[in-house]
Ligand binder design. Structure first.
Ligand code: HEC
Ligand code: HEC
Length: 360
């Protein structure tokens, strides 16, 4: 909790829950008769309301949050989708947002590091459930989703390398874009702010689909198998994963040193130079669709889920910045396999990728 107090003026519902959600989850799954051998389900049985609360905590939220200064409209989301797929956003006309955030790869690219006009220093994060992220970027340097497009990829010479004035001129020359901006905005203008808002609106519609885990939480006991159920108990108990990977998207949106970085790759300490626990601290990624999104971590340093589990089992790197919840776990081979079985249940059902016809 220390980091969040230092780091945040953004207070989230989950923060107050972080302290109690893990034990309740563990107790409640014992009631579902999946506890370790010898566990007494009756003794551990919480009142019925606790199971209902467990379901509520992992249930999918009813609505996607859109900010009041960039509210949802269908026309704006459609315009944002066109822009997202359009290589017109890059200086050399070859790369779109979707080149790196590829929906067929759960909105990442399968590469260790992102590759724009140059190789980037970080791995491309998924955009799944980005509507819920209060701040963006592996080190949290983007204050809002609207701020990302022009402060980050579009103008960066190493990524898309496009001058905003050139982009606006190119979009203004295409009748289909003039119509799409006119439909999305009452002033009909083609501006940098409208491009950024439309992209953000589309990105907020990128929400992970239902997965076997959701069906299990909703009451279908057969939706996931015994190893995965044991893995969930470990995840929320002995392995301590849910201290950071909380809630339906499996992230508390905090920043921690999980032992992936060394040297000058100092993460959030770039913004908070004097905070010991923010050195080497990076954003907790969602674990939705995680099995489809290798390689892992901000630097793509872990090739497989087994490598990720081994890193946690070693306890990251023992140093002052190491997160309090990261420590050697001494997991058995069977427990590691159970954790992976559980992570595999977070993969959403496949759905076809809609590639829009671009205006020209
Ligand atoms: C060359 C690959 C590449 C392209 C093209 C690209 N991105 Fe990214 N994107 C990345 C990488 C790498 C990061 C992580 C940057 C960091 O924080 O270090 C990122 C981060 C982001 C984030 C923050 C995600 C988070 O979890 O905090 C958003 C949002 C985003 N990109 C949206 C876009 C949009 C919109 C476009 C098109 C205008 C775009 N990206 C184009 C590679 C790319
Ligand atoms: C102290 C908070 C914390 C704990 C505890 C924790 N994680 Fe993480 N997790 C993170 C952070 C931070 C990252 C990103 C680190 C980076 O990119 O350098 C991460 C990344 C991951 C990733 C990679 C996801 C991706 O998209 O690249 C997986 C998988 C993962 N964690 C699973 C687990 C499992 C399984 C456990 C329990 C054994 C666990 N985590 C415990 C904070 C935590």
């Amino acid at each position: 909790m220390l980091i969040r107090k230092i780091d945040g003026n953004w207070v989230r519902r989950w923060m107050s829950r972080a302290l109690w959600v893990a034990p309740i989850v563990t107790a409640a799954v014992l009631v579902l008769h999946i506890g370790p051998p010898g566990a007494s389900a009756d003794a551990a049985a919480p009142p019925q309301t606790t199971l209902a609360e467990l379901k509520a905590d992992f249930a999918r939220p009813k609505a996607t949050p859109f900010p009041s200064d960039d509210p949802y409209s269908k026309a704006k989301a459609h315009l944002g989708e066109l822009l997202f797929w359009d290589p017109i956003l890059s200086g050399n006309g070859t790369q779109s947002c979707a080149s790196c955030h590829n929906p067929g790869l759960s909105w990442t690219d399968g590469l260790r590091l992102g590759v724009g006009t140059q190789e980037m220093k970080t791995h491309t994060p998924t955009l799944l459930n980005i509507a819920w992220a209060p701040i963006l970027g592996w080190d949290g340097h983007f204050p809002s989703l609207e701020a990302v497009a022009f402060a980050g990829p579009i103008t960066n010479p190493g990524i898309m390398n496009r001058k905003p004035t050139d982009l606006i001129r190119a979009l203004s020359a295409i009748p289909g874009y003039r119509a799409a901006f006119a439909a999305a905005y009452p002033d009909r203008a083609i501006t940098e702010a409208h491009v950024a808002d439309a992209l953000a609106t589309f990105e907020r519609t990128i929400v992970s689909g239902p997965a076997p885990f959701d069906r299990w939480v909703a009451g279908d006991d057969k939706a996931i198998d015994a190893p995965a159920k044991r893995g969930f108990v470990l995840f929320t108990g002995k392995a301590g994963c849910s201290n950071c990977h909380l809630g339906w998207a499996f992230t508390d949106e905090g920043f921690y040193d999980a032992g992936t970085a060394t040297g000058d790759d100092i993460g959030r300490a770039r913004l908070f130079t004097n905070t010991v626990k923010l050195k080497y601290a990076f954003k907790v990624p969602t674990l939705r669709d995680v099995a489809r999104r290798a390689p892992y971590m901000h630097n793509g340093s872990e090739a497989t889920l087994a490598d990720v589990i081994d890193l946690y089992d070693r306890g990251g790197i023992d140093r002052p910045s190491r997160a309090d919840f990261i420590k050697p776990l001494h997991l058995t081979a069977g427990e590691k396999a159970d954790l992976i079985a559980f992570l595999n249940t977070l993969t959403s059902d496949p759905k076809p990728v809609d590639v829009p016809v671009l205006p020209r």
